[in-house]
Design a binder for this molecule. Sequence first.
Ligand code: COA
Length: 333
Amino acid sequence: MGRAAVLTGIGSTVPEQVVTNDMLAARMDTSDEWIRSRTGIRERRRVGVGTATSDLAVEAGRRALKSAGVESVDALVLATTTPDHPCPATAPTVASGLGLGPIPAFDVAAVCSGFLYAMATAAGLISLGTADRVLVVGAEAFTTIIDPDDRNTAPIFGDGAGAVVLTAGHQSDRGALLAFDLGADGDLADLIVVPAGGSRQRTSGVEPGPTDHFMKMQGRTVFVNAVNRMTESSRTVLRRTGWDPGSVDWLVGHQANVRILHAVADQLDLPGERAFVNVDSVGNTAAASIPLALDDAARAGRLAPGDRVVLTAFGGGATWGAITLEWPDLAAL
Ligand code: COA
């Protein structure tokens, strides 16, 4: 049996501050009814001033290490869209905050698909023998790039972090990452974009407009692409794993919108109940979304050892991906 990356620990955290739909409706032209019916979101969490992505990442990482029963790893991969600074990467700060020593630590940027890209990168390090144990974190202070007055985005996004420990093992181990699919299409880069703050707008000499540091999203087009790509990517990993779609116990999709999750389940001929949903309480937390969902599902006892799980995501870039695994017997704390 080949060397494989096996999920052996999980943890997550969300900031304390709750933002309800009614709080948003008090500020902009929207309503609790509209947000619930179009997205499934009831509330989301927001970081307070002074809390950065690395603070959330350290807490989620600490919990994942505890769940795995380990104090050290050989590498740290952080998926984020909202690094503490444009330079340097945030992962070394997280490794330092966790007291992990001078291990390799780097960021992966694939927006809402970032965690799956980071998992695949970590699994590559393990397969090559470069690392025996890797901490993979998805963390976002996403509300820091959201225009608080933009009703197209403010109701959707929230903050949080999730992390997993991947350990070298065998393909036959429960928790082994079994198949991967990743993709990207830069022709769709404009669907989700923060116009200013990078080299493009800086070097062109264009003065940023008042909201150019905030994310803009073409919601309807994102919706259609998300359903199609997440469905196709899920089908690809199911085929590679040799699983019949109907045998899947849990579809843990990127928590963008409950309608997207149900549409993907529907396309895969899975009953809607097998699509795990926690977007109602945390909103779309981008790169943190999948590990947060997994940890919520595990702590609620909804994921049982041996369950067949498909992870899938779509995000800015455009990027997408999917991974299959059988849920391991681990401590969700
Ligand atoms: N409150 C009230 N009305 C709103 C609104 C809000 N917050 N946002 C938009 N509307 C209005 C629109 O102006 C439009 O009005 P019109 O028909 O008079 O023009 C109407 O609601 C429908 O807008 P539309 O954009 O077509 O709604 P939708 O059903 O596509 O839902 C999203 C919008 C953003 C919720 C949905 O497209 C979505 O979830 N997209 C994916 C977003 C995502 O998850 N992105 C992250 C990366 S995966």
